[in-house]
Design a protein around this ligand. Structure first.
Ligand code: SF4
Length: 276
C-alpha cells in the first residue's frame, strides 16, 4: 500500500496529533511506501511528480487548500481513497475565513463547495483530529473498507455521538449545576463557559486524548472544533438571552429547556451543590 500525506495551509497540528499515535511504528511497517513531509527524506516535488504518473492507495491532506490547486486535483484522481485530516482540510476553517479562494477538499464550511467535486473525501475534522481517528481510518482503508460516513463525510464511528456523551460532568449538566471557574473539577461548563459538548459531534469523551483526558475533563469547554462553524467568537462564554442559552443542546426545545432546567436547578442534590 502506498500513501502520500501532503500539507497545504496548515499549522501542522494534525501532524503533531498523528505523531502521538502509539502504534505509529506498526502502522508504517504495514505500508510499502508512506510519504510525510516531516518524516521523509525525499524531496516533495520529486515524490509528487512520481505519484502524478501512477495510481496509489491513499492521499491524506492536512490544511486548507486553494481553489487553483491543480496538483491536488490531479493526485486525487490517482488515489484510491482521499482523506482530509483536520478541520482546515475538511471545511477550510480559519484560513478560509477571509479568503473566498480558500476552502476544504469537498466543503467550504457547510457548503459542498470545496476543491474537489469528486471523489467523496473521508473527512476527519478536529483541531486537531484525534490520532486514533486518523490511524483507525487508515487501518480500515488498508483493508479496502471505506468507513460509513455521515452527511458531512465524517466516519460515523467517531462523529455520530455528541461530545457531551461520556463527559464526567453529565450529572452536573442534568441538574444544572455550573462550574464555578474554568479548570474547576466540578460543575458543568455549558451554562456560562460556552461548552459546545451538547452541540458538537465527536468522540473526545469516549476515546480519550493520550488515553486519559479530554477538554471537559481538564476543565476547559468543548469548542466544537469538529463542526463547520468553528472557530466562533467568545469561545469561553455562553451567549444568553434572558438567562437562556442562545443555542440549546441538539434536540432540546426552548420550552422543554425552560421547564426542565428550572426544576433541575431547584431540586439539584445538595451533594452536587456542596461538593468541595
Ligand atoms: S461540560 Fe460540556 S460536555 Fe461536559 S456535561 Fe457539561 S455541557 Fe456536557
Amino acid at each position: 500500500m502506498k500513501a502520500l500525506w501532503l500539507q497545504r495551509l496548515t499549522c501542522c497540528g494534525n501532524t503533531h496529533s498523528f505523531l502521538n499515535y502509539e502504534g505509529l511504528e506498526y502502522l508504517f511497517s504495514r505500508f510499502e511506501y508512506f510519504y510525510h513531509p516531516s518524516l521523509s527524506l525525499e524531496s516533495e516535488e520529486e515524490v509528487v511528480e512520481r505519484f502524478l504518473k501512477e495510481d496509489f492507495d491513499l492521499l491524506l491532506v492536512e490544511g486548507a487548500v486553494r481553489r487553483d490547486d491543480v496538483v491536488l486535483k490531479e493526485l486525487s484522481k490517482r488515489a484510491r481513497f482521499v482523506v482530509a485530516v483536520g478541520s482546515c482540510a475538511v471545511y477550510g476553517n480559519i484560513p478560509a475565513l477571509s479568503d473566498p479562494e480558500v476552502c476544504g477538499l469537498n466543503y467550504r464550511f457547510k457548503e459542498r463547495d470545496g476543491l474537489l467535486e469528486d471523489p467523496e473525501v473521508i473527512n476527519l475534522p478536529g483541531c486537531p483530529a484525534h490520532p486514533y481517528w486518523i490511524a483507525h481510518t487508515i487501518f480500515l482503508l488498508m483493508q479496502g473498507k471505506k468507513p460509513e460516513l455521515d452527511q458531512l463525510g465524517r466516519p460515523k464511528d467517531f462523529y455520530s455521538s455528541l461530545t457531551h456523551w461520556g463527559c464526567t460532568r453529565n450529572e452536573y449538566f442534568e441538574w444544572k449545576v455550573d462550574a464555578e471557574e474554568l479548570g474547576s473539577e466540578r460543575g458543568c461548563l455549558f451554562y456560562h463557559f460556552g461548552c459546545r459538548g451538547p452541540l458538537s459531534y465527536s468522540s473526545c469523551n469516549r476515546i480519550l486524548w493520550n488515553g486519559v483526558s479530554s477538554k471537559t475533563r481538564a476543565g476547559t469547554p468543548c469548542f466544537g472544533c469538529t463542526e463547520y462553524d468553528f472557530p466562533r467568537r467568545g469561545l469561553w462564554e455562553t451567549r444568553q438571552y434572558a438567562g437562556i442559552p442562545a443555542e440549546l443542546p441538539i434536540g432540546v426545545s426552548k420550552r422543554g429547556y425552560i421547564m426542565l432546567s428550572g426544576i433541575a436547578k431547584m431540586f439539584a442534590p445538595e451533594r452536587l451543590k456542596n461538593e468541595g
